[in-house]
Ligand binder design. Structure first.
Ligand SMILES: [Zn+2]
Length: 346
């Protein structure tokens, strides 16, 4: 038995423990209840009484040795593992991680530019509801109930009320509702622009959408004439588009202005030579405008004998299309980063 103890003593001292696996093998062989040392303790019964004490002491020494080595090595292996898991040293010479924040949406860029141009010549920004009553969207703007112009602006009706057609609720088809609300609550002079979202009951295609953006403007004061309208819009076109852009006024019809004019500019894509965008005419329409109809001014409680004014409206998508050559309206709302990234840094 003492020979066996000596042999195991050597084995314990020489056992290679470098990995968690080797540590586990060591534990199984010498420490566990099925290990060799436990086995030897069980054999103690068959040792003659006289030698049992000496052998017992040797066995205890062996057991302690095994336990000690196990603890030393499990601590060492633990330390190795912690060092391996800790973060590598920081290299301060590496380039920084790029800051991948998003870009401004092209429509936001153009809306901000439009606001900036008009603010510099004294217009402030007004806002109003997108869910509007029939009166503010149509009635007050000279669209009687059965007026054919309503057909061109079919929209989404939210609620039919029992108080008559003029209080039916709908999604506004233009931002002109804000003009009416503004004239109702503010005494002239009024000089404001109204950017916002508008809705039409249209099938979505490259050229039409059920949701888009407009900016309208209104200027009401004493002695405001058609010359002021032309000067204001000439200024806008000069600031917004390439130098040398031509502008023309074309007679038109809107229920809420008289006289009315559509505003064309020379095509930004082909420079006036003719292309698909301008349908080979060299001109593209960018806005509608006119002198506010005296009846509309009277509808808002302002005396049309004393005050006159002009109004204009344009689609932000249209201006963006011309400025950045965007040929499909749907791109604006599809959230495709390949499209949106092209406006980085603008
Ligand atoms: Zn063209």
């Amino acid at each position: 038995m003492l020979d066996k103890v000596k042999e195991l003593d050597q084995e314990i001292k020489q056992f290679d423990i470098n990995t968690p696996e080797q540590l586990e093998l060591f534990r199984m062989k010498f420490i566990s209840r099925k290990g060799v040392i436990t086995e030897l303790f069980e054999g103690l019964k068959s040792v003659p009484q006289a030698d049992r004490r000496t052998v017992g002491q040797e066995l205890n020494g062996l057991k302690n040795l095994a336990q000690e080595r196990f603890e030393t090595f499990s601590q060492l292996i633990d330390e190795q593992r912690t060092t391996a898991n800790s973060a590598p040293p920081v290299d301060l010479t590496l380039p920084t991680i790029p800051n991948l924040t998003g870009t401004q949406h092209p429509l936001s860029l153009v809306r901000q530019r439009i606001i900036q141009i008009f603010e510099r010549i004294g217009f402030n920004v007004a806002d109003g509801p997108e869910i509007e009553s029939d009166w503010y969207n149509f009635g007050a703007l000279n669209f009687p109930d059965n007026h054919p112009a309503r057909d061109m602006q079919d929209t989404f009706f939210v609620e039919k009320t029992s108080e008559g057609a003029s209080s039916d609720m709908l999604l506004r088809t233009h931002t002109s509702n804000v003009q009416i609300r503004l004239m109702e609550r503010q005494k002239p002079p009024i000089r404001s622009i109204m950017p916002g979202r508008v809705y039409r009951n249209e099938t979505i295609s490259a050229r039409a959408h059920c949701m888009f953006h407009q900016v309208e403007g209104i200027y009401i004061d004493r002695n405001v004439g058609f010359k002021d309208l032309k000067d204001t819009l000439y200024h806008f076109v000069k600031e917004m588009f390439e130098p040398g852009t031509q502008i023309r006024f074309r007679p038109s019809y809107f229920p809420f202005t008289e006289p009315s004019a559509e505003i064309d500019i020379s095509c930004q894509i082909c420079g006036g030579k003719g292309c698909n965008i301008c349908k080979h005419s060299g001109w593209v329409e960018i806005a509608g405008s006119g002198m506010v109809d005296p009846q509309v001014i009277a509808n808002c409680g302002i005396d049309p004998e004393e005050y006159t004014g002009f109004a204009f409206g344009m689609g932000i998508e249209r201006i963006t299309q011309l400025k950045y050559v965007v040929n499909d309206l749907r791109l604006y709302t599809e959230n495709d980063v390949r499209f949106l990234r092209q406006f980085e840094g603008l």
